[in-house]
Design a protein around this ligand. Structure first.
Ligand code: ATP
Ligand code: MG
Length: 775
């Protein structure tokens, strides 16, 4: 332990050794805040504090896992296991499960994701016969989320004239009713949405003093990372829990507060001193992450903000290379620049893909980057966006599984009751919904009692409903004695989902089956992992809890060798040796939607500060002079943020100096068999390539052609009944990358290959679906 403490600098050591009392560490990016928290927890444990009494709240579950691992390294894994660590949502979901009965919820309540919530809201808007163009479901949900995060319950809403007037003014006088119906609907379904996890925790802690007292006594030491991004609801939970012992240590950076749009309140950090008595404040000033160039450039940016705490950030690191700025004609060209720079940097400096990150303002920007990386055969991973679990075919399976756990779950039920089709039509469903509203019961309960309620359904329809109920109950019986893998496989088959997907023989259809296979693979991994955890048996409920709270950042696949693509918001707290911040254009970053007030613009600027300070060694800022936005080619100007950086820290690359064109020295060895004469023809002789030289048609672009290192007979589409594969073949899989076939079994349509992938280990794939290229 001593060794870890001695590795800290003086300013970092103080808060680690300060065992008791309220304290706040405010410091700039990369100054070791997270590291201090980690060491502090280990130190507390070493001082005899029971791990069960320590609560540490992080921004992602991945961050929590990493922290736990480091602490295990210091104090041993046996003890570290007992720490309470995770995001607000995951920690309090766990607590809510054990206290659910007090709130009238089943302990197996479902957690709705935003898709489910949107569906529920859309349903209500329809039932109320409101105009969807006025009551836009997304906006309505955003408003409701806002209410919840500020602890405005339905009752409180109807008491608050101002809120009601505000909604009336914005032509949504029936907002309150929608809110009420939504809350009822969730309750009836035994479901909580994400905001409920915090709201209900607050309700639990305020309504039940004995429960509050129990958790106050449990969590004697509380730590919160990224405190600047807590919302009001989270703030109140932390306040309540820490009220008794007041051993609360929060860390954050006001300059990195970037979630105001989701209700985060920067005042939580600014007012901390007022909230507790005798607060000790610590400042860390030395940045260990980045080069001097990056640290000082970042300082010049944040200086432009008016609302900020005074802070110094400096580093003893080397100056390092300047921040490189690159302009391109199109977003496709921007992608090519990024991909080829990564390619060349890797070659020249023996780097791995995992040392690169591409950060953008909006998810839509990932496409151009993905295209370029794929063409260069650079493995990458996208974080965020539509997560794997939200893909239609996966969500369908998951909704059946949700019904197995909680048949009251109305959104799940509505989604799959007639998919695959079983002749349960809209009229029947409407009748069920009306009955459910009338009896204040879930639809499933109505279905279970269908013979007792007169819904004017014919015998055939009734039978279909009964069959559905029986099917779910039979799955429940199986769930009693089997693990999550078995149940899921059984459900996918018996519901007819797989049969349904098999009808679609297009590559897209096959990809869907492949995704289900991937889900099953994931389940196998999960069950393996669960074996390590005390008391867990890999049951479906355990898996579903994980899925419900998984942010895409959490998936612990082996990502070492992949370039990371994510929004800047998701990159908070992370670090990478090489960082590309792409799409540095006015209206995109800063976003057109966040420029109308100073505070919005300042938040965008903080976002840029976060982006730049993720880089350890080299940062690139790229922008394009035109870009497809909303299906239209739009001209764009460089972002004001580039100009805001002091010029001494920047190096402007002209496109001619950029690396995206064919470079015979580097490319020769790898793509020795390509037609180079063509490439030389299109290579600019010197200087800045004129506009028309920007490749318009990807087919004509040399770097595209040469990057198909496929054997002559290698199929590129889905590999139907490919019999040319043999043991020992090196293959390339669209998603898993490069691997070697270690065994082949089965014949014809059932032929499977066991493949050892460089990243991700051994996988067994059905060749009928696996998109494999022999290389
Ligand atoms: P952010 O604001 O981005 O969340 P942070 O303040 O939490 O950053 P850390 O992630 O804890 O900073 O630390 C940044 C990097 O500096 C990490 O790689 C960490 O290991 C390293 N670091 C922190 N303190 C020291 C130290 N005293 N000696 C050496 N390296 C350090
Ligand atoms: Mg941190």
């Amino acid at each position: 332990m001593q060794q870890y403490i001695s590795q800290l600098n003086e300013a970092q050591r103080e808060p680690v050794l300060q065992k008791e009392g309220p304290m706040i560490i405010i410091a700039g990016a990369g100054s070791g805040k997270t590291r201090v928290l980690t060491i502090r927890i280990a130190y507390l444990m070493q001082q005899g504090i029971d791990a069960f009494n320590i609560l540490s709240l992080t921004f992602t579950n991945k961050a929590a896992r990493e922290m736990k691992k480091r602490i295990s390294d210091i104090v041993g894994s046996g003890e570290a296991k007992n720490l309470w660590m995770g995001t607000f949502h995951s920690v309090f979901a766990k607590i809510l499960r054990s206290e659910a009965a007090l709130l009238g919820y089943p302990s197996n309540f479902t957690i709705y994701d935003s898709q489910d919530s949107l569906r529920a809201i859309s349903g209500i808007i329809k039932e109320m016969q409101l105009d969807r163009d006025v009551y836009k479901p997304k906006q309505v949900l955003g408003r409701i989320s806002n209410f919840k995060n500020n602890l405005i319950t339905v009752k409180a809403y109807f008491k608050d004239k101002e809120l009601q007037e505000a909604d009336a003014m914005s032509k949504k006088p029936r907002m309150g009713e929608i809110y009420e119906k939504y809350v009822e609907k969730c309750f009836k379904s035994g479901a909580m949405d994400f905001d409920d996890l915090l709201l209900k925790t607050n309700e639990l802690l305020t309504r039940y003093p004995e429960v509050l007292s129990k958790y106050q006594n449990r969590f004697r030491y509380i730590m919160v990372d990224e405190y600047q991004d807590t919302n009001h609801s989270q703030y109140l939970i932390v306040r309540a829990l820490s009220d008794k012992f007041q051993n609360i240590c929060v860390v954050g950076d006001d300059a990195q507060s970037i979630y105001a749009f989701r209700g985060a309140n920067i005042n939580n950090i600014l007012n901390f001193q007022k909230d507790y008595e005798g607060v000790k404040t610590f400042k860390l000033e030395q940045n260990y992450r980045s080069t001097r160039n990056i640290v000082e450039a970042a300082n010049t940016i944040i200086d432009k903000n008016k609302i900020k705490l005074d802070k110094i950030v400096w580093t003893a690191n080397e100056f390092g290379p300047k921040i490189k700025v690159h302009r391109s004609m199109t977003d496709a060209e921007e992608g090519r620049f990024v991909a080829s720079t990564i390619f060349e940097q890797k070659m020249q400096n023996q780097l791995t893909n995992g040392q690169f990150a591409i950060l953008y303002r909006t998810n839509a920007q990932s496409r151009a980057m993905e295209d370029a990386l794929r063409k260069r055969d650079i493995p990458y991973r996208i974080y965020g966006g539509l997560s794997f679990y939200q893909r239609k075919e996966i969500k369908d399976v998951l909704c059946y599984l949700r019904l197995v756990i909680n048949p009251k779950d109305e959104e799940a039920l509505m989604r799959v009751i007639n998919y695959p089709t079983r002749g349960i039509g809209d009229t029947t469903l409407e009748k069920l919904v009306v009955a459910a509203n009338h009896y204040k019961r879930s639809i499933f309960e109505i279905m279970q009692n269908i013979d007792k309620i007169d819904l004017k359904l014919n015998a055939g329809t009734k039978q279909k409903l009964k069959d559905f109920v029986l099917m779910i109950l039979s799955f429940q019986a199986i769930d009693q004695n089997h693990d999550a893998f078995y149940v899921t496989e059984h459900v996918a088959k018996k519901t007819g989902l797989i049969q349904e997907l098999k009808k679609d023989a297009t590559p897209e259809g096959m990809a869907k089956i492949q995704n289900i296979e991937e889900l099953l693979n994931g389940l196998k991994d999960f069950i393996e992992g669960q074996k390590e955890i005390d008391g867990a048996r890999g049951a479906l409920a355990e898996f579903m809890e994980d899925v419900a709270l998984a942010t895409d950042l959490d998936k612990d696949t082996n990502d070492e060798n992949r370039v990371a693509l994510m929004t800047i918001h998701l990159a908070k707290g992370l670090e990478f040796p090489h960082v590309f911040v792409v799409g540095m254009e006015e209206d995109l970053f800063p976003s057109a939607m966040s420029m109308s007030t100073r505070s919005e613009l300042e938040e965008e600027r903080r976002l840029f500060y976060v982006a730049l300070t993720r880089a350890e060694h080299q940062a690139y800022l790229t922008y394009s002079q035109s870009r497809y936005r909303w299906g239209k080619l739009t001209d764009s100007e460089p972002s004001r943020f580039i100009e805001e950086i002091d010029g001494q820290f920047l190096e402007y690359l002209t496109p001619a100096e950029s690396n995206y064109r064919y470079n015979p020295l580097i490319d020769k060895d790898i793509f020795g068999d390509v037609d180079k004469s063509k490439m030389r023809l299109s290579k600019p002789s010197s200087g800045i390539p004129p506009k028309k030289m920007a490749p318009k048609d990807p087919k004509l672009e040399p770097s595209v052609r040469k990057l198909k290192p496929l054997a002559a007979n290698a199929p590129s589409g889905p590999n139907l009944f490919d019999n040319n594969l043999a043991m020992g073949n090196i293959v390339l899989h669209e998603r898993f990358g490069k691997g070697q076939i270690i065994s082949i079994e089965g014949v014809g349509a059932d032929k499977k290959a066991e493949i050892k992938f460089e990243v991700g280990g051994i996988k067994k794939l059905l060749l009928r679906f696996a998109k494999l290229d022999v290389i």
